[in-house]
Design a protein around this ligand. Structure first.
Ligand SMILES: [Zn+2]
Length: 173
């Protein structure tokens, strides 16, 4: 992802004499104000049922219309498992316990939102379901739910590089 500067002025002194190295460290040369735009932690959940995986179709940018997994950003003070269970409840209305989640791996992602280039670390869990009957709760965020056979998944239809990488590495047949 290209480096983007979302500050036009130093938030502390208003100077335009600053550097923003690698979309990561903002450093004002005039007042020495420093701000780290650190990696944001997020979770994604691979729901499985028989030989199928549950994908969401994104209804918002970035990557609107592309396939994604249920999940989202971890709130301050939450564990990754709590965030996963909260996002699942918010997005598809399922009550899942942290003990029902199996850690798979972590995967870095780029997330451009309203011209701010976030970089995330996506923590991926798997959760096996006994039923494929699921409804969308967060219709503003999710356009559609699709159960896809593992043999029919096309990686190019998945939006985020983190999700594409995990599905490609762990779930393709
Ligand atoms: Zn400054």
């Amino acid at each position: 992802m290209e480096s983007t500067t979302f500050f036009k002025f130093c938030p502390n002194c208003g100077s335009q004499n600053f550097e923003y190295k690698n979309n990561f460290k903002f450093n004002c040369h005039k007042c020495d104000f420093v701000l780290y735009h650190n990696i944001a932690a997020a979770v994604a959940i691979v729901f499985t049922f028989e030989d199928k995986i549950l994908f969401t179709v994104r209804n918002v940018d970035p990557d609107k219309g592309k396939l994604d997994l249920p999940g989202g950003f971890i709130d301050p003070s939450e564990t990754a498992e709590q965030a996963a269970c909260r996002e699942i409840k918010e997005e598809i209305g399922l009550t899942i316990l942290p003990s029902e989640l199996t850690y798979i791996t972590s995967s870095p992602n780029d997330y451009l939102y309203k011209n701010v280039a976030y970089r995330t670390m996506d923590i991926i869990y798997e959760c096996q379901l006994e039923t494929s009957t699921i409804d969308i709760t967060a219709k503003d965020e999710i356009k559609e739910l699709i159960w896809m056979k593992r043999s029919e998944i096309k990686l190019e239809s998945i939006g985020f590089v983190s999700i594409r990488s995990v599905i490609g590495q762990y779930y393709l047949l």
